[in-house]
Design a protein around this ligand. Structure first.
Ligand code: PHE
Length: 342
């Protein structure tokens, strides 16, 4: 290769490199340009350098000198470009960030463990085909008691066990619209749903219930229940047990045996208490049973045509078992150090 050809290749290279470095708008673009021109293995300067061997021996000193000049020109163009980009970054930072200000830590909020539990329960029951429905927390005693087959003279209606509102008639006024009390159970939502819809039904209702208990490790005057109701032709107690077992296994993450103990609720017949076997012991989670024909009659369903099961589980207990929480009051003290753990 002749000396003038060699030199003109070098000159073309230097102006292309200067242009590329000047055009780079980010560190990434500049680095790509550096590799293209100055790359140690496949860079374009390296490629031209290889041509030096084909220059006539007498021209080599002049060619080598020119090569070195071009090399340092390209390197200083790169240097200038990287300083330019660094200054850009510094300028941006100067406006938005003063590293000398005292620091503050900024923690984001999180979802309360009970709400987290409710969302998870809805998710699991949703996969079993149960749709969530809502009901009011201020209820009339017809929905809370009468329609649920609770006799007018029944200890569950005792004023000491319920939050009646000042205006309510205490012992069964048979009304069906007034605001009498804070509901003591989510079973009220069974009634409201069946009044509005025809079978088949598969619903859950998750919400607050109120009972004037003194707060201790396991009691609180407000807590949450998950009510479940399934009504169809031919629903049996084995469906109930299967649903509760599948639910517990999904929720607690292991194969969880379910135990039914005979019990009594006015709105189910037969009635059971539901226990789950968990961490080596039986833990009671709530009540359940087959919907009493009187309840179906109260909402206008024909008990000769359909059967159903219902259950009511304590959400706090489910939450506490899962997370190893020992005192229900911790859930409602609003101590951020406690809540931030979930
Ligand atoms: N409502 C009952 C309670 O609060 C639980 C329950 C719900 C029992 C549905 C049977 C069927 O104790």
């Amino acid at each position: 290769m002749s000396l003038p050809d060699f030199v003109s290749q070098l000159d073309a290279l230097v102006s292309e490199a200067e242009q590329s470095f000047a055009d780079a708008q980010s560190a990434e673009q500049l680095e790509a340009a550096r590799i293209e021109f100055l790359g140690a293995k496949a860079g374009r300067l390296k490629a031209v350098q290889k041509l030096l061997g084909s220059v006539a021996a007498g021209d080599k000193p002049a060619a080598g000198k020119r090569l070195n000049e071009v090399k340092s020109a390209i390197e200083s163009a790169f240097q200038a470009a990287s300083e330019r980009l660094e200054n850009v970054v510094e300028e941006v930072c100067d406006e938005t960030f003063d590293a000398t200000l005292p620091g503050t830590s900024w923690t984001t909020g999180r979802i309360h463990p009970i709400t987290q539990t409710i969302l998870l329960l809805k998710d699991i029951m949703g996969r079993l085909g149960f749709t969530p429905v809502e009901g009011p927390e201020i209820e009339d005693s017809w929905h809370n008691f009468d329609a649920l087959n609770v006799p007018t003279i029944h200890p569950a209606r005792d004023p000491l066990d319920n939050f009646y509102l000042a205006s309510a008639q205490l012992w069964g006024n048979g009304s069906s619209g007034g605001a009498d009390m804070l509901r003591s159970q989510t079973s009220t939502v069974q009634i409201r749903t069946m009044q509005q819809r025809q079978p088949p039904l598969r619903i859950i209702s998750l919400g607050r219930v109120y009972r004037p208990d003194t707060a201790d490790e396991t009691h609180y005057p407000m807590f949450h229940q998950m009510e479940g109701l399934m009504v169809d032709r031919g629903v049996t107690m084995s469906d109930l047990k299967t649903v509760l077992r599948l639910f517990a296994t999904a929720y607690l993450g292991n194969s969880v045996p379910v135990r039914f103990r005979p019990s009594f609720f006015p709105f189910t017949e037969p009635s059971v208490e539901v226990d789950y076997y968990w961490n080596g012991r039986w833990v009671e989670f709530g009540g359940a049973g087959m919907v009493d024909p009187n309840v179906f009659q109260a909402v206008g369903y024909d008990p000769e045509q359909v059967t159903g099961f219902a259950f009511g589980l304590g959400v706090e207990r489910l939450c506490m078992i899962r997370h190893g929480i020992r005192d229900i009051r911790d859930l409602y003290t609003n101590d951020v150090r406690f809540l931030a753990q979930f």
